[in-house]
Write a protein that binds this ligand. Structure first.
Ligand SMILES: Nc1ncnc2c1ncn2[C@@H]1O[C@H](COP(=O)(O)OP(=O)(O)OP(=O)(O)O)[C@@H](O)[C@H]1O
Ligand SMILES: [Mg+2]
Length: 276
């Protein structure tokens, strides 16, 4: 379990540029969760996940991983973090070396590294023949998969992804989301930062909405999307499916406000129209 207790954070404290990014944030992430963190630009999402990963030193509050402070290396090693646009962090001469970089830093044996590189490449659907290619010769979607494979090769128990589908075309986006889902099914606990409510709707079992560094909502996605006021305050829109269902509701149809996926909407609408 990840425990975040009373975390506050201010950038450039005691300077004219002082900026409070997080205020009194507390929540837990349970093993097996697929937790989404949503919020308007500047709401504190990236700051929060960097704190969870132990990349920003805390002055106020505590982060514990399975009961151990994130200040300890053993706790930090349970967390993998994929930054937004991770492909910009590729730097090795070959795909293989790039993916092996983290495991090598962990001091693993060469045979173990090789097994992990192969597994990670397979997981993200990168062909073995790409191993000796320079990452810079790959397409955008492939580069991103190399970057993610590099994190997977560390076998994190908890995986944090900061807007992993930003800038991908629809097909690459769909593939990546399917891979993340597969990882979750394989037992990895996921923290997924996203603006895309339709992705959150189909993937996450819990969502935290941040606004101006505070938690505005925490709970099941389907409980969030009917709450127009909270969404408005957070600067977010419900997924298109929910918007359509709300239009039906306002037009006097007896539809559920908790419908959030296309499949659910199809069933509900068939029910209404077959009753006529
Ligand atoms: N290195 C920094 N120095 C100073 N202020 C920062 C720094 N990083 C972030 N901030 C400020 O802290 C606040 C929260 O930023 P953060 O990057 O966590 O937001 P975010 O929710 O990830 O936004 P986005 O959706 O745009 O990625 C913003 O007001 C931002 O301007
Ligand atoms: Mg961010």
């Amino acid at each position: 379990m990840i425990e975040v207790k009373n975390v506050s954070y201010t950038y450039m404290k005691k300077t004219p540029f002082e900026k409070t990014a997080l205020q009194e944030i507390s929540f837990n992430v349970n093993e097996g969760d697929f937790l989404a963190i949503a919020g308007h630009t500047g709401s504190g999402k990236s700051t929060l996940i960097q704190i969870i990963a132990g990349l920003i030193d805390l002055e106020n509050g505590v982060v514990e991983i399975d009961g151990e402070t994130i200040k300890n290396k053993t706790a930090r090693r349970k967390i993998g973090i994929v930054f937004q646009y991770p492909e910009y962090q590729l730097f090795e001469e070959t795909v293989e070396k790039d993916i092996a970089f983290g495991p090598r830093n962990f001091g693993l044996s060469e045979s173990e590294i090789s097994v992990r590189v192969n597994e990670a490449m397979k997981f993200v659907d990168l062909e073995e023949s790409l191993k000796n290619v320079s990452p810079f010769e790959l397409s955008g979607g492939q580069k991103r998969r190399v970057a993610i494979a590099g994190i997977l090769a560390l076998k994190p128990k908890y995986l944090i992804l900061d807007e992993p589908t930003a800038g991908l075309d629809p097909k690459a986006k769909k593939n990546l989301l399917a891979e993340i889902k597969k990882l979750h099914r394989a037992g990895v606990t996921i923290i997924f930062v996203s603006h895309a409510m339709e992705d959150i709707a189909v993937l996450a079992n819990r969502v935290i909405v941040l606004a101006q560094g505070k938690i505005l909502f925490e709970g099941e996605p389907r409980k969030l999307f009917g709450q127009a006021e909270i969404l408005e305050r957070a600067g977010l829109l419900p997924p298109p499916v929910s918007q359509v269902m709300q239009k039906f509701l306002r037009a006097g149809f007896n539809v559920s406000t908790e419908i959030i996926t296309l499949d659910e909407a199809e069933k509900e609408l068939k029910k209404i129209f077959s009753a006529r």
